[in-house]
Structures are given as structure tokens and as C-alpha cells.
Design a protein around this ligand. Structure first.
Ligand SMILES: [Zn+2]
Length: 76
């Protein structure tokens, strides 16, 4: 007897949040709007893909700011 609390999605399509069209569940890029899409949520919508490049850029700019603050104010 199974416990029954394993969640398995039975969807065959997920909905792109950008253009609201249905796309294959395993698609990484929406064929309609060419935007990256993430995995399917319980609601059947695709998650927004995480933009690693933007994250990396943000981390780099924060690091640069921290170095600048150290260099400008905390050096001596
Ligand atoms: Zn789309």
C-alpha cells in the first residue's frame, strides 16, 4: 500500500507566464515567445526561469560596491 502523499504531476502541458500559451511540460524555452520557462507548478503554470546571469551580475555589482566602500571609508 502506498502512502499516497507523493505528488506526481499528470500534466502534459504547462502555461507560459509571458504569453499564456500552453507548452510541453519538459520545455525549457517557450516556443511562442522564446522566453526561458521553469518547471511546472501545481497550478499548471510554468515557473519563471531563474536568470542566473542577472543574479551573477547583481552579486558582482554588490561585491564591487562593498570593495568600494571598504576602499573609500574603511581603508586606513
Ligand atoms: Zn511564452
Amino acid at each position: 500500500m502506498g502512502t499516497g502523499d507523493e505528488k506526481k504531476y499528470e500534466y502534459h502541458a504547462k502555461k507560459c507566464q509571458e504569453c499564456m500559451t500552453y507548452i510541453p511540460v519538459d520545455a525549457d524555452v517557450c516556443p511562442g515567445c522564446k522566453k526561458r520557462v521553469g518547471t511546472i507548478m501545481e497550478s499548471g503554470m510554468a515557473r519563471k526561469a531563474i536568470d542566473w546571469k542577472a543574479y551573477a551580475l547583481m552579486i558582482v555589482s554588490w561585491a564591487a560596491l562593498a570593495v568600494y566602500i571598504w576602499w573609500a571609508f574603511l581603508r586606513e
